[in-house]
Design a protein around this ligand. Structure first.
Ligand code: CA
Length: 224
């Protein structure tokens, strides 16, 4: 589907489950923990839908929603922990498209997301930006701008990890954990070396690509 959704949720376990469930159905997702950070992402990135937790550390989901609505009509799906919050979502016209009550199954949320996006496809405000990447999980291959990349096993796993959460900045230790799970002698420069060969392969297809971004002192992300 090549959709991009933003998950604003401060509980890591919930966010991780959602990221994974989205990835399973081919929806790219970005995760952030703060309302303010989420607002910035909606301002600067193409986002097809926002999953928004009501209880966030810096500002409430309601306030976050209100601010997003001042400049964007992106669909918003609320995650709510308490029943009395639902009254506010439904009762006040804050511009939410739907809500799910915790605890929920990630699949249920993905089904809601798909339903909202299907509805939105008929409105002119819906903007769906295709990703240049296509991951073929079964064949363990990745296409970039319609062309297959010749990747080694670890290059495939590394790029797949970055594609799953565009804009998320991974430090080298996280990438080592996620990609080189069983390799005991991995070193941080192994990550750098693989990033380098991946960039070379992407540039062979698009010489000007800035798909993989280096964040000095932090790590790497797909896109800025
Ligand atoms: Ca919360």
């Amino acid at each position: 589907m090549n959709l991009h959704i933003l998950i604003i949720e401060d509980e890591p376990a919930i966010a991780e489950n959602l990221v994974y469930a989205c990835h399973e159905v081919g929806i790219l997702s970005t995760h952030c923990q703060f309302g303010q950070a989420g607002i910035e992402i909606v301002k600067t990135q193409p986002v097809d839908l926002v999953v928004l937790d009501v209880g966030l550390p810096d500002m409430s989901g309601f306030e976050t929603c209100k601010q997003i609505r001042t400049f964007s009509s992106v669909p918003i799906l609320f995650l709510t922990a308490r029943n009395h919050e639902i009254d506010r979502i439904v009762g006040l016209e804050i511009g939410a498209d739907d809500y799910v009550t915790k605890p929920f199954s990630p699949r249920e949320v993905v089904a809601r997301i798909s339903a909202i996006l299907r509805r939105g496809q008929h409105t002119p405000t819906a903007k769906i930006k295709p990703s240049p990447f296509q991951v073929d999980e079964m064949e363990r291959r990745i296409q970039f701008m319609g062309q297959y990349l010749a990747l080694t096993r670890y290059e495939f796993l590394l790029l797949k990890t970055l594609i799953a959460s565009p804009q998320r900045v991974y430090d080298r230790a996280q990438l080592m954990d996620m990609v080189w799970q069983n390799a005991e002698d991995t070193m941080e420069r192994t990550v750098d070396a693989h990033i380098k060969t991946l960039r070379r392969k992407l540039r062979a297809i698009d010489p000007h690509t800035k798909a993989i971004i280096t964040h000095r002192g932090m790590g790497y992300s797909l896109y800025a």
